[in-house]
Design a protein around this ligand. Structure first.
Ligand SMILES: [Mg+2]
Length: 190
């Protein structure tokens, strides 16, 4: 059977995103409330492949060296693995917004292998993220978005559709937290 995927954002979705800048030191690391509890249930009760898709502005440059990113990223992955949450793949784009990279969310350059591929059921997959650009990415992929909407105004300049159009066409759920996401997925999987 074709696999369904949850394309999950990292900053703002699995971990809290600081008001500005990257998570480049340990004191900035904080997980979203109840993310372990509900990601564990999602990973163990339902049949989705779990994939992380993240923009990390300037990763690999002087602005954000790998040494400031990778140990924290590895720690995050290990913390989830210890809760039986295993990510099949992690896609990180390290460009800046101005670069207009085809790989930067909401663009889908890193994910083309999932499209027009009989192994994957993209229509019944979801993008889970905290920015409207994550919903835009869902539209670009041909699936639906689950929006953990905690702050307004993020990512508006990177949209090709309006927020209204995205809400109408590509939004499956708008919520403030993980319990709702679990409940939503439980409903469609029962
Ligand atoms: Mg985010």
């Amino acid at each position: 059977m074709a696999k369904r995927i949850l394309f999950i954002d990292r900053d703002g979705t699995l971990i809290i995103e600081p008001q500005s800048g990257n998570i480049d030191s340990w004191d900035k690391l904080e997980f979203l409330p109840h993310v372990f509890k509900y990601m564990n249930l999602i990973a163990t009760e339902f049949d989705y492949e779990l994939v992380i898709v993240s923009n990390q502005d300037g990763l690999g440059t002087e602005y954000f060296p790998y040494e400031h990113f990778q140990p924290i990223q590895d720690f995050i992955m290990k913390a989830f693995k210890n809760e039986d949450v295993n990510f099949e793949a992690v896609y990180i784009d390290g460009s800046f917004k101005e670069d207009k990279s085809p790989n930067r969310k909401p663009r889908i350059g890193m994910l083309t292998q999932y499209l027009n591929n009989p192994d994957y059921d993209i229509e019944n997959s979801f993008v889970i993220g905290d920015r409207i650009t994550d919903v835009q990415m869902a539209k670009n992929l041909g699936c639906k978005g689950i929006w953990i909407h905690r702050r307004d105004g993020l990512g508006l300049k990177e949209l090709t559709d309006t927020v209204e159009v995205l809400r109408e066409t590509s939004l499956a759920l708008e919520t403030k937290g993980w319990e709702d996401i679990y409940d939503f997925l439980k409903k469609i999987n029962s």
